[in-house]
Design a protein around this ligand. Structure first.
Ligand SMILES: [Zn+2]
Length: 265
């Protein structure tokens, strides 16, 4: 299988030295490794250079942190320009839903404008280079992200760990946008309902590792192999065997991320 979204560079190096060579033994042929900012992009790029084919790198600026200044964004975009040919996708990019909710809870105002400008600039980059985009845009933010995707005529959009209102779900399906499920599909009723609703050909499996999970995964280190649990749970909800589910999700991920030459596919 392919883990469609994780933060590989956030695992400690000694752990990666064990984890990456061992992946095929766990049934994982490749991972889509997203980045948070320039430093994170550089670490992701180094991992992709050491493990070509196994690590599919995505470069971008994560929205759940203070937005970059103009000069910082220019440096990031110049670096991405330099690495455009080896980049699998632009990500992780999107809108700061959780950051905004925390500010609102504290009774503070929150200015979305810099985040919208940032996302607009990164989508313009993706459109110019015809790269797929990895989006963090949940709940009502998904509709705003859809507006920006329309503006840039981007069709290859992956809303990772998506949850949101029916209006967004219907619009995303209409546009053929992909979503991915994390291990929380095993225990979250809201996510299980989405799994029953979303077209099987537009679905992928991810871990968002090293992010930790609850339920049966509580206390366990998040490992890319957990996408096999995601596949089994998704298959059960949709009436597919675990094998069929793994095959379908892998084919979807390979199609979306344009992976043509994985060894066991
Ligand atoms: Zn992520």
């Amino acid at each position: 299988m392919i883990d469609a979204h994780l933060h590989l560079e956030q695992y400690p190096v000694p752990e990666l030295e064990e984890l990456l060579p061992e992946l095929p033994r766990h049934g994982v042929e490749a991972v889509v490794a997203v980045s948070m900012n320039l430093d994170s992009c550089i670490r992701t790029q180094q991992l992709a250079a050491r493990y070509p084919q196994r690590v599919l790198p995505a470069y971008g600026y994560h929205p759940e942190q203070p937005p970059p200044g103009e000069a910082e964004l220019a440096v990031l975009l110049a670096w991405m320009e330099e690495h455009a040919s080896s980049m699998a996708a632009v990500g992780e990019i999107g809108l700061p839903y959780y950051r905004r909710m925390e500010a609102v809870k504290r009774g503070e105002s929150f200015d979305m404008e810099p985040y919208i400008r940032l996302l607009d600039a990164l989508l313009a980059f993706a459109a110019r280079h015809r790269k797929p985009v990895v989006l963090h845009a949940v709940y009502e933010d998904a509709l705003l992200a859809c507006d920006l995707l329309d503006k840039h005529c981007i069709r290859d959009a992956h809303f990772h760990w998506f949850k949101g209102p029916e209006a967004a779900v219907a619009r995303m399906i209409g546009h053929g946008y992909y979503i991915s499920f994390t291990p929380d599909i095993v225990y979250e009723p809201e996510i299980q309902a989405l799994a029953r609703r979303y077209p099987p050909q537009l679905v992928m499996a991810e871990t968002d590792g090293p992010w930790p999970f609850e339920g049966p995964f509580s206390g366990r280190r998040t490992h890319p192999a957990m996408i096999r649990d995601v596949a089994a749970a998704w298959g059960e909800l949709r009436g597919y065997s675990a094998d069929q589910a793994e095959h379908m999700l892998t084919a979807n991920t390979a199609r979306f991320y344009r992976v043509s030459a994985l060894r066991s596919l």
